[in-house]
Design a protein around this ligand. Structure first.
Ligand SMILES: *Cc1c(COP(=O)(O)O)cnc(C)c1O
Length: 381
């Protein structure tokens, strides 16, 4: 299989698996236990916490381990909302469902929300953020990079605008952490979500960064773990794996970027030269180096995916979370694409193991697939 869906998930790095192994076997103690077998495990959890904190420019006390990006997004927004009891939320139309569905649910509970539009490049206008903030605004939540088109938002500027009005700023950094530097101090972030399985770590583990002094209610009530901010016995192996994955990501960030960007550009140029009537989605420069999102006119994305799969190529039409719904991507629609063009979307997200041969294979197999599908398509040309 040629795997080109790293924005959906990544394989666990063997070095990460090695680090996790002892905590799935002999090191089984509960980190909250007082005896040595518990305390050894506690040490491993705290070591991972310190690593992550260091990489984010945060303090260890500001790092909460969660079950992943979805829980971190939920806890950020619900946590602040439930703490305040009422108020107004600012977000964008292109957020991940883990943000959009939470805000939608909170609206049903009586909160109010503004969903900011984006330009055709997928960028949120910071001025729009400024104009949308009201006296009763409690949180601004804007993702760092979009998972479908890769556009990177001007987070620093948006955070500063939120802070001018004393509003908490949350960002979903699941797609950027490990791929580019993320510094909560420099960027002015109060709450940040990240996930292990997008950076060659295990599924079911994530982090919520909570700036000291940010008031939020827990969403998972239970024991005193994570300073009472998230109950439940820690997912020790997952946390250790996340720590290791983050450490590797930081060490290899520069060399990975150079190589993967080169492959992505090779793919884009190769496809553009062989397939007519395509659109490149997202901002040309301000986007993830690992991803290309295109719309192929007069063809269904799902049909291309099935045929690519038949050729051994795993890609996606947008996000893993919306595929199967057959709805065109909410991100592409928000960027102003007509539904019939948005239906023809394809996302290739590259990773560490990809080679030039992988890319050349896609450039070889996709054009005839498009040609065949276009020949039998009912789309008006
Ligand atoms: C994958 C993803 C999530 C969800 O993270 P999980 O760990 O799978 O819950 C949230 N936001 C973005 C941008 C993502 O890409």
């Amino acid at each position: 299989m040629i795997y080109l869906d790293h924005s959906a998930t990544t394989p666990v790095d063997p070095r990460v698996f090695e680090a996790m192994k002892p905590f799935l076997t002999e090191q089984f103690g509960n980190p909250s236990s007082v005896y040595r077998a518990g305390q050894d495990v506690r040490w491993a959890v705290e070591d991972a916490r310190e690593k992550i904190a260091g990489l984010l420019g945060a303090k260890p006390r500001e790092i909460i381990f969660t079950s992943g990006g979805t829980e971190s997004d939920n806890t950020s927004i619900k946590g602040v909302a439930l703490n305040r009891g009422n108020g107004h939320i600012v977000t964008s139309r292109i957020e991940h469902p883990a943000v959009l569905k939470v805000v939608g649910w909170l609206e049903k509970q009586g909160f109010e929300a503004t969903y900011l539009p984006v330009g055709s490049d997928g960028l949120v206008d910071p001025d729009g953020v400024r104009k949308s903030i009201r006296d009763d605004t409690i949180i601004v939540s804007i993702m760092h990079a979009n998972n479908e088109v890769g556009t990177i938002q001007p987070i620093e500027e948006i955070a500063a605008i939120a802070h001018e009005r004393g509003v908490v700023f949350h960002t979903d950094a699941v797609q950027t952490f490990g791929k580019m530097p993320v510094d909560v101090e420099k960027m002015g972030i109060d709450l940040l979500s990240l996930s292990a399985h997008k950076i060659y770590g295990p599924k079911g583990t994530g982090v919520l960064y909570i700036r000291k002094g940010t008031k939020l209610d827990p969403c998972v009530h239970g024991g005193h773990q994570e300073w009472g901010k998230r109950g439940g016995t820690e997912n020790v192996a997952g946390i250790v794996g996340l720590g290791k994955a983050a450490e590797i990501a930081m060490m290899e960030m520069a060399s990975d970027e150079k190589r993967i960007r080169g492959l992505r550009d090779r793919l884009e140029t190769g496809l553009a030269g062989k397939i007519t009537d395509t659109l490149l989605n997202g901002h040309r420069e301000k986007r993830l180096y690992s991803l290309t999102s295109i719309c192929v006119k007069f063809v269904e994305g799902e049909a291309m995916l099935l045929r690519l799969d038949h050729e051994g190529v795993a890609a996606s039409s947008g996000s893993a979370c919306t595929s199967g719904s057959l709805e065109p991507s909410h991100v592409l629609l928000a960027m102003g694409l007509p539904a019939e063009i948005a239906h023809g979307s394809l996302r290739f997200s590259l990773g560490k193991a990809n080679t030039e041969q992988d890319i050349d294979k896609v450039i070889e197999v996709l054009p005839p697939i498009v040609e065949k599908l276009r020949a039998m398509s009912a789309f008006p040309r």
